[in-house]
Design a protein around this ligand. Structure first.
Ligand code: 5GP
Ligand code: MN
Length: 321
């Protein structure tokens, strides 16, 4: 499945690897693992993102520097790789221009409906994560190349994109991958869990308690909404990245089919997270709000008041029931 991509990647001298904007564990993990693997195979790989790694993921950049594409010159590269996203605009303004660079564009991703701009790509909507795919790619080439850095980066993305192995995307291959990773990387899973889940600030829990207070149930208790406003961030001295994981809480209410989490990023400008644990397809839902994602987890943005954001999201969600 990966042979063609492996051959192409290893035929280049200089590769720029991009992860999607507002990076998460899966895109950073796959990007950082891929760069390490390319370097081990003699390819000069550099990792780019317009945004910084969030606090709990910062440690991953010890294995591979994450650069901002400031003063980016496409001529310094022979090819570009995009991980954990399948449309160029997901990778920021610099990446969006690379369609016109004339250089080969490669992609590894697990979202539906890839944009038809990639020369060679592997797209697998059944994979838990892009990290699981990168593991399979490296395994197909030479599993002995997996060292501590590659293993920890890939484990991180598999863990975070599966909600710690709870989602229905998890399959035997997932556990085979993590089993290989912890054996070859010589670490125990608690080390990564500590980094990601047990390094919260007290302020973050204060914010969470405010957010939980906003939970409301709609449509016969089938859809839950929750929000965080700018005022709440100000009061608790927190920021958007401190809401990581919040969206799982309304989804854990008995009988809930889907939930929507609104995060005010600037006055009347919202980031929306959609989650489902039913046959509601959040990708379809998000696309109607100019966003996208997977069946069970998607995102979008909304410009307008909180009341209008909730009304709009619920009207579309209702159609999905
Ligand atoms: P989250 O709610 O965690 O930010 O995003 C969940 C998933 O939805 C992500 O893995 C990503 O695939 C997708 N997603 C989030 N925000 C956007 C967006 O603004 N546009 C698109 N196309 N997909 C998004
Ligand atoms: Mn992912």
């Amino acid at each position: 499945m990966y042979q063609q991509l492996i051959t192409k990647l290893l035929s280049h001298q200089n590769i720029g690897v991009f992860s999607h904007i507002r990076p998460d564990g899966d895109c950073l993990g796959s990007q950082i693992a891929l760069c390490q693997w390319l370097k081990k195979n003699g390819v000069n790989a550099r990792a780019f993102n317009e945004h910084d790694a969030t606090r709990t993921l910062q440690w991953l950049t010890d294995f591979c520097k994450l650069e901002k594409p400031i003063g980016f010159n496409p001529d310094e590269f022979d090819a570009f790789v995009f991980v954990d996203g399948n449309a160029l605009h997901r990778f920021g303004e610099v990446a969006e221009q690379l369609g016109e660079s004339g250089k080969p564009l490669y992609m590894i991703d697990h979202h539906p409906d890839p944009e038809p701009v990639f020369d060679t790509f592997v797209s697998d909507t059944n994979a838990t994560s892009t990290c699981e795919m990168v593991f399979l790619m490296i395994e197909e080439h030479d599993v002995n190349k997996i060292d501590e850095g590659i293993a920890k980066a890939l484990y991180t993305g598999i863990m975070t994109d599966t909600g710690s192995f709870q989602f229905d995307s998890v399959k035997p291959v997932t556990f085979r991958a993590v089993s290989e990773l912890i054996a070859r990387g010589k670490f125990t899973p608690n080390v990564i869990a500590e980094e990601i889940y047990s390094s919260k600030k007290a302020e973050q829990l204060q914010l969470m308690s405010m957010a939980l207070g906003t939970i409301e149930l709609h449509e016969n208790q089938q859809i839950a909404t929750m929000y965080v406003t700018k005022a709440m961030f100000d009061e608790t001295e927190t920021t958007g990245e401190d809401t990581e994981g919040f969206v799982q809480y309304p989804l854990s209410i008995e009988g809930i089919k889907a939930c929507v989490f609104f995060r005010e990023e600037a006055k009347d400008s919202f980031k929306i997270s959609l989650r489902s644990r039913s046959n509601i397809d959040t990708n379809k839902w998000a696309r109607k709000m100019n966003g996208g994602g997977h069946r069970k987890a998607s995102g979008a943005r909304y410009e307008g008041s909180l009341q209008d954001a909730i009304k709009t999201a619920l009207a579309i969600g209702k159609e999905q029931l």
